[in-house]
Design a protein around this ligand. Sequence first.
Ligand SMILES: Nc1ncnc2c1ncn2[C@@H]1O[C@H](COP(=O)(O)OP(=O)(O)OP(=O)(O)O)[C@@H](O)[C@H]1O
Length: 247
Amino acid sequence: MIQISQLSKRYKNAEEYSVLGLDLQINEGEIFGLLGPNGAGKTTLISMLSSLIKPTSGHFSINGLTFQKNGNQLRQLIGIVPQEYALYPTLTAYENLYYLGSMYGLKGRQLKEKINFHLEVLGLEKFSRKKLDTFSGGMKRRVNLIASILHDPKVLFLDEPTVGVDVQSKNVIIDHLKKLNTLGTTIVYTSHHLNEAEQFCTRVAIIDHGKIIVEGAPKDLISQHPESHNLEDVFLTLTGKALRDHA
Ligand SMILES: Nc1ncnc2c1ncn2[C@@H]1O[C@H](COP(=O)(O)OP(=O)(O)OP(=O)(O)O)[C@@H](O)[C@H]1O
């Protein structure tokens, strides 16, 4: 479904590549996790795949379509949940979702029903008429998620969808994503939560310095590293324990 070939990104004025010559295939129906230390290139990769930024070189296609040739078609096919909230603080949750849903050509009763359905499943129906700036981080994350799935995307890209939220919100988000996946949505997400990724993902790629250092099903990666009991052990074995601070 997603074919990535020799994809690279070097930001303007940057000395080094943030993603370098990356090859990857993600199949339909997968829940694919992009994992890696701070600065590894996860956001850069997922931002290219969701057309938020342009690659420096290389290419990729989704269902055989490319943004260069089939931009409008692709934008209907994918959903994007960025790290930053793409929401209006002074509008209510419902108003935000109505506005964002209408950008995908949805309208009227169909849009209303979809918004109400997702608000209810994600535990937000009581707050639908409250302004976004009164919401907690976990509530905003859930609204952010709804905004990206109203048009029933076939592929959903999420950049750290469970960062900074409590365990309750995290569980609701992950459960909803699993449900969407069983209904046919392919999921590609970045995360620092290795336990979560181990349970949630069909396959993961561990990225460091802009390159994939290993990919596979979490179970297979753990069994390939006999000293590892879980995905976090594999991660530390492969990426080391040194801090990745930079300024
Ligand atoms: N707009 C930008 N301009 C220049 N360099 C950037 C820009 N965005 C990211 N970088 C650099 O690219 C590299 C990869 O960053 P990226 O945000 O993709 O990593 P990440 O794996 O998502 O990290 P984190 O886990 O901290 O979110 C880093 O060295 C970062 O400093």
